[in-house]
Write a protein that binds this ligand. Structure first.
Ligand code: NAD
Length: 419
């Protein structure tokens, strides 16, 4: 099997997707120019005393792509491959993601180029606190609200909240979301991305007149998004026939019990070796015949090299950026219905929004309250994207972008350009 990976610059990919939608909607030139350029890019150096007594200087970025509909919103990523271009792309995608589910937020993103797997907890804490000190003037509950992303978690968010609060002189829970529940985090945040994704799959099945009972499901990636999506789809009556993680995949056409697979993964470190299932590669897994494919691992996994071999009826993108623009066209021609990332995985930022609202109101809602709002945002967004897809006769990714860019463009026109 051809496993060649396309090395697409993420910012160029984001701009290609933007241009496709902007052309279809005949967006005026001045708005294109405004929306192509991030509002603010701040790059800082972060000196950290390491455990062995040496000093290291890390490079960090915070990008606010757009704030015309509200404060910038987006996670902070710690990874060796972080670049300013990647952070700019992720910030732009956050603008569209927040707009497509109609949250009163703009888009932002942060990143520090580092290797968190080889840093101690103390080093990570010192790096986080110094990074936040350096960007403190541009973040805040009304300005820019970070959240977790790759290799940052609830503990990182607690350090961010504490550092910002020390600078202010009082506790500011609304500066960051994805916090531990005891510090103002929201119930339901842990499963929010998967739950939101499953709500969009339920709507897609209705739209395509497809029965979920007995529908076959393949999930790539068995972490927060992938495992929870498998478990929730299993509860909806679907048959999970294959799942994978970074070590490889497993398949059983009679169906897998997702909880038993997770128990095995927790014991052994991987889904591979689960009793009663055959081992398959991640490449084979993507091209299995199934009703629903859930890419929930990495970006750039469905490319022009394998798109023609995808046999799923629905591809629900829990992961960010799993499909390249060329692959999108191939999937569309082959009648694969894609629920694009900015829609399918918007459940996470939606519950982050609900956390922020609870923090500002000094309230904590029940799981039922949170779920009710999540369901409303996701189903409304799905149906609005479908209407755009039918109106413009474009695939679902371009339709999501048209809807989102249209909302940001309208707000831009109404606010005008200062002075
Ligand atoms: P995670 O770290 O919890 O899980 C990732 C999973 O992918 C792990 O099981 C890992 O083993 C697996 N994986 C890694 N490399 C793989 C490979 N080559 N093939 C198959 N599996 C592989 O991460 P997560 O939070 O579940 O995020 C997964 C994706 O979902 C990312 O693209 C992320 O940006 C996106 N996402 C997550 C959230 C969220 O709230 N968790 C929100 C929006 C988008």
């Amino acid at each position: 099997m051809d496993t060649k990976k396309e090395h697409v610059n993420p910012f160029e990919m984001a701009m290609t997707q933007f241009d496709i939608a902007a052309d279809k909607m005949k967006l005026e030139q001045w708005i294109r120019l405004k929306l192509r350029n991030p509002r603010l890019c701040l790059t800082v150096s972060i000196p950290v005393k390491m455990d062995d007594g040496t000093l290291k200087v890390f490079i960090g970025h915070r990008v606010q792509h757009n704030v015309v509909r509200g404060p910038a919103k987006g996670g902070i990523r710690y990874h060796p491959d972080v670049t300013l271009d990647e952070v700019k792309a992720l910030a732009a995608w956050m603008t569209w993601k927040c707009a497509v589910v109609n949250l009163p937020f703009g888009g932002g993103k942060g990143g520090v180029t580092c290797d968190p797997k080889n840093m101690s907890l103390g080093e990570l804490e010192r790096m986080t606190r110094r990074y936040i000190s350096e960007i403190t003037s541009i973040i805040g509950p009304d300005q820019d609200i970070p959240a977790p992303d790759v290799y940052t978690n609830a503990q990182t968010m607690a350090w961010i909240m504490d550092t910002y609060s020390v600078f202010k002189g009082y506790t500011v829970p609304g500066v960051v979301t994805g916090k531990p529940i005891s510090l103002g985090g929201s119930v339901g945040r842990d499963k929010a991305t998967a739950q939101g994704c499953v709500y969009t799959i339920i709507e897609a099945a209705k739209y395509l007149k497809m029965k979920l009972q007995g529908a076959t499901v393949v999930v790539q990636g068995y972490g927060n998004a992938g495992y929870n999506a498998a478990e929730l789809l299993h509860k909806e009556g679907c048959k999970i026939i294959a799942v994978s993680d970074s070590q490889g995949g497993i398949m059983n056409t009679r169906g897998l019990d997702p909880v038993a697979v997770m128990t095995h993964k927790e014991k052994t470190g991987s889904v591979v070796g689960f009793k009663g299932a055959d081992k398959i590669s991640n490449e084979e897994l993507l091209t299995l015949k199934c009703d629903i494919l859930v890419p929930a691992a990495l970006e750039n996994v469905i490319t022009k090299h394998n798109a023609a071999k995808i046999k799923a009826r629905i591809s629900a993108e829990a992961a960010n950026g799993p499909t390249t623009p060329e692959a999108d066209d191939i999937l569309h021609q082959n009648n694969v219905f894609v629920i694009p990332d900015i829609l399918a995985n918007a459940g996470g930022v939606t519950v982050s929004y609900l956390e922020w609202v609870q923090n500002l109101e000094r309230l904590s809602w029940t799981a039922e309250d949170v779920n009710k709002h999540l369901l409303r945002h996701m189903t409304n967004a799905f149906n609005e994207v479908v209407r755009t897809h039918e109106k413009y006769k474009v695939h679902m990714r371009t339709a999501s972008n048209i809807l989102a860019i249209g909302r940001v463009a309208e707000a831009t026109k109404l606010r005008g350009i200062y002075p």
